[in-house]
Design a protein around this ligand. Structure first.
Ligand code: ADP
Ligand code: MG
Length: 674
């Protein structure tokens, strides 16, 4: 043993630039103290791997045996010990790596990131030093693999002073002993240690022993070759990661080594109709060490819906999240994952279309979200997105266009895609569309309004209309509609009658069309535009103006329908006399008012005399009063003619708008009419 290598009992001051960083670390790193265990175990694993590399190079004389890291704890004494049979350290190395580098780099690190310290907690970079978050004293007892180097013991009490002395250690490797401070003592409980080891060290590549049992799997699935793995193994791995979840739909095994390193397995979970619940399940690893399960800024938002693991030594883990977003590697990784996900879906579309169709309902929300939020993904998804119609037949975008173009192009040369959001609720409208030979898509995710907006913006001359948005002859207008066959006067009268029977909540705009005699007598529709914007604002499209408007409906009276003809006849019989008198009374004031308006039109506001203004007001009042009486007459008519209420209620009923008392009244009336 040479003089030089003989460890001498000595003391010294740790080489830190910051005067005393221990208090800083205690003060700032309060929320994630538990990472100390991960750091120590990771160092121990590193030490065994370095040894292995040296041995492979023929640089280690002795047999290195199986690498193993052992954790022991004494909850009574409040100590935790991490032991490895790795490379070990000489006295010089302890001086260099622990006293100088480890501490000074931790000091620099803290200096640099003081402002964002909360962002970096739980990430790498503090290494060995993090043990002082929980320990009042730390000892290192280590013996280098170099056979001539004697063992040394380093000890530090959480201040810049340390001691170093010869140690009594025969086997190669390192032992780190933490003497926990009072408040950190619970970390020495066996249940706590097990919990932390399972969280951070479950997939470490070297055997980790705790209470004589290995707690880890050294070759987790993502590190193995896809060709060697079965479907069942992928499923089991998923079940192991997410014990409470339903089985996933598909998986992708990622394996990249250029221009960055990345491995992992991503699973497509079943996503029904809620985006939030399955979010943030991807676990991020760095060389098999668990880092975090919040990957928001590492993968694009829509990909956070996926589950699984990503392992990359190239994601800079010791910096803040805002930095991550602009990091070139992180961007490349995002792009790559997006591409892989699209590749997989396209492959399914091409080679396993039936499988894809079967799983589509659980997948479409994810895909629509991706298309809405990522342009690149949109371009890819155009090739594999599946339109599903009301009869559950699936079409690619292109196939669908070819199928509906001949029959669903209107007179303006717009291609109209009809869709429904609910097969039951919109049953009547779907049926009548199908009777006209039209196809109806089922688009029923919470993103539908946004999604059809997106498609309309991408596709020229294409419009999406929900099947109940208007009468079909207007949704797909192939020719000009003829003018309604009843007079304006009569339309006015009937409008008043219908307004008397519609529900009080919501606005109903009554108008008249000559539809086909076998169409419904009355149709209630909701304008596509209003409905869509209302839906978009409901899920946070920002258009709150539309969201706060009362619901409005179009009530179309089909003048060609025999029942409407019948109502007109009855109206005529019952109200002719009264309406005639009111109209006669109105004639004179109306024509005087019209004349007055004509003469006023030519004048400027200040030239209109007070007299004229008063006269105008009087005439106006008279006419309003007559109109009020007319409305009364029509309300009375609506009250005595059950048909008006009946045809309206039927329309409400087929739109799910008839409820409670109104529904009961309808049933009673129906029975009496029978
Ligand atoms: P990092 O692991 O990022 O290098 P650490 O602060 O965790 O930083 O460790 C500092 C250095 O101390 C390591 O690089 C290594 O040289 C040395 N070291 C720490 N733990 C061990 C160990 N168990 N065996 C051998 N060397 C170790
Ligand atoms: Mg380390």
């Amino acid at each position: 043993m040479s003089e030089q290598n003989d460890p001498q009992k000595k003391g010294g001051t740790i080489g830190v630039t910051t005067n005393n960083i221990f208090p800083i670390i205690k003060k700032f790193l309060y929320s994630d103290h538990e990472i100390f265990l991960r750091e120590l175990v990771a160092n121990a694993v590193d030490a065994t791997q370095k040894l292995k590399a040296l041995a492979a190079n023929g640089e280690v004389a002795e047999e290195i045996g199986n690498p193993v890291v052992t954790i022991t704890a004494d909850s009574q004494a409040g100590t935790i010990t991490v032991t490895d049979n790795g490379i070990g350290m000489t006295q010089e190395e302890v001086e260099k790596y622990i006293n100088q580098i480890a501490f000074s780099s931790a000091g620099e690190f803290l200096d640099k990131y003081k402002d964002q310290i909360n962002n970096i907690i739980g990430h790498f970079g503090l290494g060995f030093y993090s043990s002082f978050m929980v320990a009042s004293k730390v000892e290192i007892i280590t013996k280098s693999y170099l056979s001539e180097a004697p063992a040394v013991k380093w000890s530090c009490q959480g201040d810049p002073e340390y001691t170093m002395e010869p140690a009594d250690k025969a086997e190669r490797g390192t032992q780190i002993i933490l003497y926990l401070d009072e408040e950190s003592k619970p970390f020495a409980e066996s249940a706590k240690i097990r919990e932390l080891l399972l969280k951070y060290c479950r997939f470490l590549p070297v055997e980790i022993l705790f209470e004589e049992k290995a707690i880890n799997e050294t070759q987790p699935l993502w590190t193995r070759k896809p060709a060697d793995l079965s479907e069942e193994e992928y499923l089991n791995f998923y079940r192991q990661l997410y014990p409470m979840q339903e089985d996933p739909l598909f998986y992708i095994h990622l394996n990249v080594d250029y221009p960055f390193n990345l491995t992992g397995i991503l699973y497509f979970p079943k996503i029904k109709d809620r985006l939030d619940i399955s979010r943030n399940k991807i676990q991020l690893y760095c060389n098999q060490v668990f880092v975090t399960d919040s990957v928001e800024h590492i993968v694009p938002d829509f990909l956070t819906l996926l589950h699984g693991v990503i392992d990359s030594p190239d994601i800079p883990l010791n910096v803040s999240r805002s930095y991550l977003q602009s990091d070139a590697n992180v961007k490349k990784i995002s792009t790559h994952i997006t591409k892989k996900v699209a590749d997989r879906l396209e492959e399914l579309f091409k080679n396993e279309r039936k499988n894809l169709e079967e799983k589509w309902d659980n997948l479409k929300l994810f895909i629509e979200y991706g298309m809405l939020s990522d342009e690149k993904f949109y371009e890819r998804a155009e090739k594999f997105y599946l339109f599903k119609n009301s009869d559950k037949a699936c079409f690619s975008f292109e196939e669908y266009k070819t199928a509906v173009e001949p029959n669903q192009t209107d007179k303006e040369k717009h291609l109209i895609y009809l869709y429904a959001s609910h097969l039951q609720e919109q049953y009547a409208a779907i049926e009548s569309a199908k009777n006209m030979g039209y196809d109806v898509l089922l688009l029923d995710t919470p993103l539908t309004a946004h999604f059809v907006n997106l498609l309309e913006s991408k596709w020229k001359d294409t419009r999406f209309c929900r099947v109940d948005a208007d009468v079909l002859s207007k949704l797909i207008a192939k020719e000009e509609l003829e003018k309604p066959s009843i007079s304006d006067e009569e339309q006015q009268d009937l409008r008043m009658a219908f307004e008397a029977v519609v529900p009080k909540e919501g606005h109903y705009y009554v108008h008249f069309e000559n539809l086909r005699p076998d169409d419904q007598p009355v149709l209630i529709t909701r304008s596509e535009f209003m409905r869509r914007y209302r839906e978009m604002s409901a899920i946070g499209g920002g258009m709150n103006f539309y969201g706060s408007m009362p619901e409005s409906f179009e009530l179309t009276v089909n003048c060609s329908h025999p029942l409407i003809q019948l109502i007109l006849e009855q109206k005529h019989n019952q109200t002719e006399e009264e309406l005639h008198t009111l109209a006669a009374e109105r004639r004179e004031p109306q024509s005087t008012l019209d004349d007055l308006h004509k003469s006023m039109e030519k004048k400027k506001t200040e030239e209109i005399s007070q007299e004229q203004k008063e006269e105008e007001q009087k005439l106006q009042e008279k006419i309003t009063e007559l109109e009020r009486q007319r409305r009364k007459v029509m309300e009375a008519f609506a009250g005595t003619c059950p048909l008006v209420g009946q045809v309206t209620d039927l329309a409400l009923l087929s739109n799910n708008l008839l409820q409670g008392q109104a529904l009961t009244a309808f049933i009673k009336r129906s029975l009496s009419l029978l």
